[in-house]
Design a protein around this ligand. Structure first.
Ligand code: GRF
Length: 198
């Protein structure tokens, strides 16, 4: 099974997937890591693991269509596209093309707190439990069918940094697990629901 991973920055979720493959837990190959920004840590992590890595710098494209066209050139052989901290909204055309084989991870318990500032919003609202969600991507923002979730307690003295660090620990567990389920053919999408087969 051939994976492509799209990132924008630090790439710790990417690293958890690389590690899971290297430990032999996840039987898949990362064909390419693509970032929308130059000089980000995700590119170094891919290079260090011997994975082809490409920056498609959004700044070099006047439209999202042209930017995505360039990304798509690298995805013709790919079975599953994984968004791992990729901070761009993909077009409906792109999402349709990879329907059922495009995944994202979001740092909250969706459908609560979608969007780019989940931890900030969680703390401002005062909820006692947060977490992370792996989901298939649909044409909305953080709204696709949910594959796996993991909950994390929100502490009274949490900051965005401390909460995000504890949520990330869970992200690094459930993202490789969700990908493994996909690779093993165990995910069945039925409308809004994702059934996990035995
Ligand atoms: C993670 O919190 C992920 O849930 C969100 O962006 C962050 C990416 O972190 N989509 P990293 O770049 O993988 O370290």
């Amino acid at each position: 099974m051939k994976l492509a991973i799209l990132c924008s920055g630090r790439g710790s979720d990417l690293q958890s997937i690389i590690d899971s493959i290297q430990r032999g837990e996840l039987q898949a190959e990362i064909e390419v890591v693509i970032t929308d920004k130059p000089n980000v840590q995700a590119l170094d992590r891919a290079a260090k693991a011997g994975i082809k890595n490409i920056c498609v710098d959004r700044k070099n494209f006047s439209s999202r269509e042209d930017f995505e066209k360039e990304i798509l050139k690298n995805l013709s052989e790919i079975d599953l596209v994984i968004l791992a901290g990729f901070m761009r909204i993909l077009s409906p055309e792109f999402v349709k093309k990879f329907s059922g084989r495009l995944m994202n991870i979001h740092p909250s318990l969706l459908p609560s707190f979608p969007g780019a500032h989940a931890h900030r919003d969680v703390l401002a609202y005062g909820v006692k439990v947060s977490g992370c969600t792996v989901h298939f991507v649909d044409e909305g923002t953080d709204s696709g069918p949910i594959i796996l979730q993991s909950a994390v307690e929100v502490l009274d003295d949490d900051t965005e940094e401390t909460l995000s660090a504890r949520v990330l620990e869970q992200e690094h567990k459930i993202y490789p697990q969700a990908i493994k389920l996909f690779v093993e053919g165990k995910l069945k999408i039925e409308g809004r629901k994702v059934k996990i087969l035995n």
